[in-house]
Design a protein around this ligand. Sequence first.
Ligand SMILES: Cc1cc2nc3c(=O)[nH]c(=O)nc-3n(C[C@H](O)[C@H](O)[C@H](O)COP(=O)(O)OP(=O)(O)OC[C@H]3O[C@@H](n4cnc5c(N)ncnc54)[C@H](O)[C@@H]3O)c2cc1C
Length: 438
Amino acid sequence: MLNSKIAVVGAGVSGLAAAVSLVERGFENITLFEARREAGGRTRSWLDPATGDVLDNGQHLLIGCYRATLAYLESIGSLKQLERRRLSLDFHESGASTSRLELQNQGKPAVNLLGAVWKSDLLSFKEKCAATWLGIAIHGSAVRNARSHSAIELFKKFRQPDRLIRRLWEPIVLATINAPIHEASAELFINVFREAFLSGPDASDLLIPSCGLSELLVQPAIDFIATRGVHIRRSTPVRSIEHSSGSFLLKFDGGEENFESVIYSNTAKEPLPERIRSSIPEFQFSPIVNAYFWLDRRVLSGPIHAMVGTTLQWVFPKASQYSAQRLALTVSAAGALSEKSNQEIEDVLWNDLKMAIPQMKNVRLLTSQIVREKRATPLFTYTVQRLRPSTKSSIPRFYFSGDFVQNGLPATIEGAIRNGYAASAALLNEISHSTSNE
Ligand SMILES: Cc1cc2nc3c(=O)[nH]c(=O)nc-3n(C[C@H](O)[C@H](O)[C@H](O)COP(=O)(O)OP(=O)(O)OC[C@H]3O[C@@H](n4cnc5c(N)ncnc54)[C@H](O)[C@@H]3O)c2cc1C
């Protein structure tokens, strides 16, 4: 039964998770196709020759509620690379003193978040009351009909003051959904809130990797599946998939091969069988701009710094081989910024840092790197959110995986890995079902 010949198309974390899970379920005849020379897709890292530091294609935040990710890392043997810390955020705003939001993770999850909000001086009394009201509504069922709203419509419906939106909700929406608040799906915000803050005492913990994304998520998975017989075909974009008589003919440069089952783990529509091509909507993609700044002295401590009222949104202090401190800087939903030159981006972000963080005053910027990801994530507005395809296609034994597949989560590592597992489970289920009926 588990000899079914399976093709996994796309070796991002979702395709890798599907392959890992298929191996764990006992499947023995798997080929993984990847268009590029390297696996990893939108999670990758490299050694920067100029500084000797390993750089990611952008800062990726992993948190305690990433259950599938944790299981995946355990399977491939890289769980030990994660350090778990309580969520602690420093907020910086020009002309204001730094505020800290710190979760203690004692008692019930909801109490943790609200406790942190009430202890912090980030918000006024009135804003804390409003935040609590929304938190209670999300905890209960008062947020019905969110499916047809944007995040800003949800905030307005629950009378959230502008300053509260700007200081707390907007940064969360940008960081997790990578969409402006007037476009982001409210349903996704609610689901993120429930998973990160209401699903367990450790759900909002930060999981901080001690290595680059490739070393954490990609290479160990490749090693895991390769040593268990998965045939990995790099630099092999699948050009077309034809379905007839219960099998799939995959065509690629220089060859073609038949498979009994397919897990399709990327958003390219062209290779899909005609009948299911329209399953994947015409996604727009939302860019993320990342920068690395190497400084002549150590200025910031703590894992994460949120910036309020600037183009720059998040700052992550890092150790460096090259200088006293490296800062990883992130701007999500960065449409306009991503069109600027590297020098212009550096100027904008450097000015923002200097303006909002007084300790930056006499610091020297030694060197920088800008990383633009123009197609960082699909833009999940509330309309698009409803159009995401499900794991199972209308063709038997053809499954979708990838962060774009419907699971109620934004396009994240966790969503991508959950969908890889879901595709593998659905395939096993279908095969078991069809053999028990024979
Ligand atoms: C800058 C940035 C920051 C991010 N920050 C976070 C974060 O903080 N937290 C978080 O959880 N997530 C974050 N994400 C999102 C996360 O990286 C993605 O959701 C996840 O990597 C998607 O994985 P995937 O496997 O679904 O897709 P992909 O990584 O896109 O993988 C698809 C793969 O399919 C391959 N492929 C395409 N067409 C073909 C073909 N015809 N044949 C063969 N192969 C093909 C591609 O080359 C690619 O390798 C971020 C993303 C970016 C870019």
